[in-house]
Design a protein around this ligand. Structure first.
Ligand SMILES: C[S@@+](CC[C@H](N)C(=O)[O-])C[C@H]1O[C@@H](n2cnc3c(N)ncnc32)[C@H](O)[C@@H]1O
Length: 228
């Protein structure tokens, strides 16, 4: 038996199609009755390493030839580290586990360093961020959605002009995108050592510059054009 929300399939197509062309390493948190195991097995390319974890030892019975089932707690850093050592680095991680906000955060923090360059980390059922019973609640700072919103700031911390209030966050070097869907958040990992570059191209000449990142007290070059 598979348990997913209907609208997730379109999101999977959008986010995961690019991972189907070559063998990848995929990890899903949450097995339950095992229904997603054959689904992902037929979705991803032959030769992929497909790993499924659950806290419930009964889930070991759902292991399918060519896939791996591991039993453990998604919020346990030692379990995640051992998992990453055994199977990582990962191309795609999908968290469909407890849906408890603190677990979702702990799993992402534990596995993010073990995500490959150009990989994708997705968390499902993020509507639990609005449910107090799961550690959520509207604008609850401890919810997963609020954690994910803060990553938007962190991703842009290259551009900070308020160093004390908003210091550079090293995750900006690895986080290329945070996409919010109804109940799913997708984090794209793309490792870069260089700050973003702006380009100016004219008459076949191309100039790259990072000057804008070094200027302080920036004002818009369009200032005053609307009368202000
Ligand atoms: C929504 S179900 C998974 C459904 C499955 N992915 C599917 O598509 O059919 C959630 C699973 O997460 C497991 N789970 C709950 N808390 C967990 C934890 N702390 N660590 C790992 N798995 C957990 C539960 O045992 C349950 O089997």
């Amino acid at each position: 038996m598979l348990t997913k929300w209907m609208h997730y399939f379109e999101i999977y197509e959008r986010e995961l199609t690019r991972f189907r062309a070559r063998p990848i390493t995929f990890l899903e948190v949450g097995i339950f009755k095992g229904g997603s195991i054959p689904m992902w097995k037929s979705y991803f390319c032959e030769g992929s390493t497909l790993v499924f974890i659950d806290i419930d030892p009964n889930c070991a019975a759902h292991s399918d030839p060519g896939t791996h089932v591991e039993i453990g707690n998604q919020a346990d850093p030692a379990f995640l580290k051992a998992l990453a050592q055994k199977y990582g680095p990962f191309d795609v991680v999908l968290d469909d586990g407890s849906h408890v906000c603190s677990h979702q955060i702990a799993t992402l923090e534990g596995l993010w360093p073990h995500m490959r360059d150009q990989s994708l980390y997705m968390v499902e059922d993020c509507h639990t961020s609005y449910w107090p019973g799961f550690g959520g609640g509207y604008r609850n700072e401890a919810s997963f959605i609020e954690f994910a919103k803060r990553k938007i700031d962190a991703m842009h911390s290259w551009y900070t002009d308020q160093d004390e209030l908003f210091p550079f966050d090293p995750i900006a070097k690895e986080l290329a995108g945070v996409r919010f869907y109804d109940s799913i958040v997708a984090f794209e990992k793309s490792v870069t050592v260089e700050p973003p570059m702006s380009i100016a191209a004219q008459n076949g000449k191309f100039n790259g510059s990072r000057k804008a990142l070094q200027l302080r007290g920036r004002t818009s070059v369009f200032k005053g054009k609307d009368g202000t």
